[in-house]
Design a protein around this ligand. Structure first.
Ligand SMILES: *Cc1c(COP(=O)(O)O)cnc(C)c1O
Length: 359
């Protein structure tokens, strides 16, 4: 068996020890004579796994008791609707920041439900910057302010927390658990699992409990956070296998030393890769230095005619999924928690070798 280095943006790399445990558990989970996938979600076993996942996540992120942790389905994209449906309330209006493609999708979806004020957009810089908060045009008395903490496609990340008087709602799909955050700063944090948590099919919502109970009367029960909270995320059948794998990933993260420890590794990985890009005339990254994502590193070759060869040769060298998003072109290396420093070193060595042969 050969495991390649996987730089996929999502579904993304999973820690190898997690896959090994899952393999060993597959036919017979903890001597029960069946796999976890085949058990009732109401069984002590599955409920125990769900509770363990929640407790481990709470300790990893320091989630206070006045926040509910919900394990849902439908991906972050479903939360683009669930956020306005749960939070707009009587006000019917909200503020959104536009820093790229995921922001745009969140905004378009929210516009179905309310009056959406875009406080700032980085369109003019082709979404390579984060607009300073001093330039934002905040709305009058919005129900909340929404922003995307890390734009997975553009590779731009907020390294500061917006300061507003209304609940902050943030899409952390591609940055959650990559570095320390203060959960208390937020009203709602949500994330699809398939970048830094586990396999696709699971969606995490962390919501301050006082924000529950405001859902629009037409909000489907399946999108209503209060319903999910009241039912321990088991209003219907949850994605039990994805939850089990996420629990294993959380355990793995604890074994790595937790979020601060992985943050140090992530900063080293990203630092090296950006330094390699900046140190060459052959590669470049368009994002302003202060907002360069730790998790998603887009880069282009000075000569795009070499793109195809770069992708063919990198794949042959065991470096997978480096093709940039179809809307941007070029390359993108997603270097989530489960992508080792060794993988990043191998990528940099390949890039330097490729440049020498083609530069
Ligand atoms: C991947 C991603 C999404 C979409 O997630 P789905 O789970 O596919 O709906 C939304 N926002 C961000 C920031 C993402 O990276």
């Amino acid at each position: 068996m050969t495991r390649c280095y996987n730089f996929c943006a999502g579904p993304a790399s999973l820690p190898e020890p997690v896959l090994q445990i899952a393999r060993d558990d597959m036919l017979d989970w903890h001597g029960k004579g069946l796999s976890l996938m085949e058990m009732s979600h109401r069984s002590d076993e599955v409920v125990g796994v769900a509770q363990h996942a929640e407790q481990t996540l709470r300790s990893l992120l320091g989630i206070p008791d006045d926040y509910a942790v919900l394990f849902l389905q439908g991906g972050a994209s479903t939360q683009f609707s669930a956020v306005p449906l749960n939070l707009l309330g009587d006000k019917g209006r909200a503020d959104y920041v536009n820093t790229g493609q995921w922001s745009k999708k969140a905004i378009e979806e929210a516009q179905r439900y309310g009056d959406i004020n875009v406080v700032a957009s980085s369109r003019e810089s082709n979404f390579s910057t984060i607009p300073a908060q001093s330039s934002w045009q905040l709305g009058a008395d919005p129900a909340y302010l929404h922003y995307v903490a890390n734009e997975t496609i553009g590779g731009v990340e907020f390294f500061w927390t917006p300061q507003v008087d209304v609940p902050l709602v943030t899409d952390m799909s591609s940055t959650i658990l990559s570095r320390a955050i203060r959960v208390e700063d937020y009203g709602v944090i949500y994330a699809g699992a398939q970048k830094n948590i586990g396999p696709a099919g699971l969606t995490l919502v962390i919501v301050r409990r006082d924000l529950l109970g405001r859902a629009h009367p037409l909000c489907p029960a399946m999108l209503n956070w209060q319903v999910a909270a009241d039912n321990d995320s088991m209003y219907n059948t949850p994605p039990t296998f994805a939850l089990y794998l996420a629990a294993l990933v959380f355990d793995w993260l604890v074994a790595q030393g937790g979020v601060s420890a992985i943050e140090a590794v992530n900063r080293r990985k990203a630092g090296k890769l950006y330094a390699a890009i900046d140190g060459s005339d052959f590669y470049s990254n368009p994002v302003e230095t202060a907002s360069r994502s730790l998790m998603n590193v887009p880069f282009i070759l000075a000569n795009p005619e070499l793109d195809k060869r770069f992708l063919q040769e990198s794949e042959a060298a065991g470096l997978l999924n480096l093709k940039g998003h179809r809307s941007v072109g070029g390359m993108r290396a997603s270097i989530y928690n489960a992508v080792s420093e060794e993988a990043v070193d191998a990528l940099i060595a390949f890039m330097q070798d490729f440049e020498q042969r083609n530069g």
